[in-house]
Design a binder for this molecule. Structure first.
Ligand code: NAD
Length: 338
């Protein structure tokens, strides 16, 4: 498969292109408006051709698929142009600056009959996958509630205290992961924020579901990225699964007290199960999930069965995000556009 790549910035160069080039693809071309980033990406990842303009790349490079990590404002136009040319498309999150923009990409994907896959890689992190598979197992029963924490640092947001970047680049992950873990779309959002100083925002968001299930996620820009940033816990009836910073998964069930049992041991049916990766093995796991997500994108591009997150799920996440922003402004619970 001949792939073209648009946007050779920090994220593409450090995360996506290293994961992509481990897969069986030909990196036929790279594209960036910044000449030095373009040259560096072509050198590092062995691209056969380089372009400063995406349209010129589509025209000349005989591509089967294209990936992009540019930014929300540019993604919509670039994805729509690629889909119109019949290319399978991978777009980093967020796929557009608004839910309406993402809908227009979905319309282009439906018209062209080609997949448009979104970079919600948290679904593919090994730890999150383990948790999701536990939750999907009928033995877990219905998910009742979720508590999450997904923090970042003020680095980017001190310059941009309107928090657009924080919402679109950071919070959007939670807008996808919460319904994915709960197995149900978000119906409403009630959010409250506390601005500690310009660029430092603490945000508590409550998510409602048609089933009656509940979720609360704390997000914010007031923690150091040198500390653990992520925690997810989903409770069912007498069981819960926790993912700590994608580094460990704990599955708590309903064990008996041990104190009166001299023969107490660890019961595989009821005691706590713990998974932790072996970090001494170089590439044995996919902690962040980029490699598995890109493999799922390639499967979708080949027309094979794939569980890769689609543009429709990108639209859904941006609708939840917009409901959260409306709630922050109104102080009320806001319904998510169906
Ligand atoms: N999945 C994740 O966790 C994750 C993490 C980081 C970034 N991202 C996403 O990746 C995207 C890029 O982020 P980044 O930090 O790499 O940004 P960046 O600014 O470092 O990179 C963007 C690149 O796109 C290039 N560019 C801009 N307009 C262009 C155009 N019209 N044609 C070709 N190239 C163009 C820029 O020159 C730059 O090199 C964002 O949407 C961001 O949200 C996702």
């Amino acid at each position: 498969m001949r792939i073209g790549w648009i946007g050779c910035g920090t994220h593409a160069a450090e995360m996506l292109l290293p994961a992509l080039t481990r897969l069986p693809v030909t990196l036929a071309a790279v594209c960036d408006t910044d000449a030095s980033r373009l040259a560096e990406a072509a050198r590092r990842f062995g691209a056969a051709a380089s372009f400063a303009d995406a349209e010129a790349m589509f025209e000349a490079a005989r591509l089967d698929a294209v990936g992009m990590a540019v930014g929300p404002a540019a993604h919509e136009a670039l994805a729509r142009r690629a889909l119109a040319r019949g290319l399978a498309v991978f777009v980093e999150k967020p796929p557009a600056a608004t839910a309406r923009g993402a809908e227009r990409i979905a319309e282009a994907a439906a018209r062209g009959g080609r997949p448009c896959i979104i970079g919600f890689m948290k679904r593919y992190s090994t730890a999150n996958r383990i948790a999701a598979n536990i939750l999907r197992d009928p033995g877990f029963g219905p998910a009742v509630s979720l508590i999450g924490e997904y923090m970042t640092a003020p680095t980017y947001f001190e310059r941009d205290p309107d928090y657009d970047g924080f919402f679109l680049h950071h919070c959007v992950h939670a807008m996808d992961l919460v319904p994915w873990l709960m197995g149900e779309r978000v119906a409403s959002v009630a959010a409250r924020g506390f601005t500690i100083a310009p660029g430092k925002l603490a945000l508590h968001a409550g998510f409602g579901f048609a089933s009656g299930a509940l979720a609360t996620v704390v997000m914010g820009t007031h923690q150091s990225r040198g500390t653990p940033m992520e925690f997810w816990q989903v409770m069912g009836d007498h069981r819960r699964v926790e993912v700590r910073n994608v580094l460990s998964v704990r599955y708590y069930r309903a064990p008996a007290f041990k104190v009166d049992d001299p023969a107490a041991t660890l019961d595989p049916v009821s005691d706590t199960l713990l998974w932790e990766p072996n970090l001494t093995v170089a590439a044995n796991e996919d902690h962040k999930g980029y490699h598995a997500l890109l493999a799922a994108f390639l499967a979708a591009a080949r027309g094979e069965a794939s569980d890769a997150p689609t543009i429709d799920e990108g639209v859904a996440a941006l609708r939840v995000l917009e409901a959260m922003r409306r709630s922050l402004a109104s102080g009320r619970t806001e319904t998510v556009q169906a």
